[in-house]
Design a protein around this ligand. Structure first.
Ligand SMILES: NC(=O)c1ccc[n+]([C@@H]2O[C@H](COP(=O)([O-])OP(=O)(O)OC[C@H]3O[C@@H](n4cnc5c(N)ncnc54)[C@H](O)[C@@H]3O)[C@@H](O)[C@H]2O)c1
Length: 259
């Protein structure tokens, strides 16, 4: 079978919802044992239940990725009697606003989860991957990593760092057999998008949903499963020649807008 993840162990941060949930389910279906690290334990346990109903293996861990001690102790509990083949850095939070609307607390929160969370998870997994001489890391960047999006100052700052951390890790660990890539989705219809529409545009939800859908030249938002299928390819052995790459999956947002 192509794209098999049989006998692989995958860690997915934020696997209790949206894109992370779709990745967790897809990887489990391909045979991976999936560990979900999520702040929201209930969401993570729900994903585990769905995976177990398919006859596959998964475990939920309550984890705040911004807390280094918390991340390290969970990763250690997985690697002390086993290994980690794949790390998906997916946990992330949103913020809407230009620099005037970003308070210091907002900036720190976005940094702590979206940047430090990725640093914490990679740092915790690298020793085991180095020991095994192999590993794949996939980070959830964004179109906001590469182009300006209105009113996303703090979010763009954090996702720019995800892109450059990807390049840095790919270069530093290529000789250890570790590949590191990122994907840059356009808008994907998940609770993340519904949440920020509800919070920031009360009373205008349907209008904003339509507006955000149309910012993709393809005319709609992406689906979590479409992100999971690209993630599956990039984390499979079939993608063994790919490292240090950023894949746009954005309905044409980056290259077609403005033409
Ligand atoms: N949905 C989009 O349009 C879109 C576009 C581009 C990039 N992304 C990125 O994809 C990733 C997933 O987005 P989504 O839309 O599926 O989001 P989501 O809100 O549906 O899910 C995010 C998950 O991360 C978890 N989480 C949040 N903070 C955490 C923390 N500190 N520690 C552990 N877990 C935490 C949440 O509990 C949740 O289960 C994010 O990094 C986001 O920035 C999303």
């Amino acid at each position: 079978m192509k794209f098999s993840l049989k006998n692989k162990v995958a860690v997915v941060t934020g696997g209790g919802s949206g894109i992370g949930k779709a990745i967790s389910l897809t990887f489990a279906k391909q045979g991976a044992e999936v560990h979900i690290l999520d702040f929201n334990l209930e969401g993570a346990e729900e994903t585990v239940k769905e995976i177990e109903a398919l006859g596959e293996k998964a475990k939920a861990h309550k984890c705040d990725v911004s807390n280094q001690v918390n991340v390290e102790s969970i990763i250690h509990s997985i690697t002390e009697n086993g290994k980690i083949d794949i790390l998906i850095n997916n946990a992330g939070i949103a913020h809407v606003g230009n620099i005037e609307a970003v308070e210091e607390d907002d900036l720190d929160r976005l940094y702590n989860v979206n940047v430090k969370g990725v640093y914490n998870s990679i740092k915790a997994c690298i020793p085991s991957m180095k020991k095994n001489g192999s590993g794949v890391i996939l980070n959830l960047a964004s179109i906001a990593s590469s182009v300006g999006i209105n009113n996303r100052f703090a979010y763009s700052m954090s996702k720019g760092a995800v892109l450059t951390m990807t390049y840095s890790i790919a270069k530093d660990y290529v000789a250890d057999g570790i590949r590191c890539n990122c994907i840059s989705p356009g808008r994907v219809h998940t609770p993340f998008v519904d949440g920020f529409i509800n919070k920031n545009y009360p009373g205008k939800e349907a209008e904003m949903f339509e507006k955000l859908s149309k910012t993709q030249p393809i005319g709609r938002m992406g689906q979590p499963q479409e992100m999971a299928d690209l993630a599956l390819y990039l984390c499979s052995d079939e993608a063994g020649f790919i490292t240090g790459s950023n894949y746009a999956i954005d309905g044409g947002f980056i290259t077609l807008n403005g033409n």
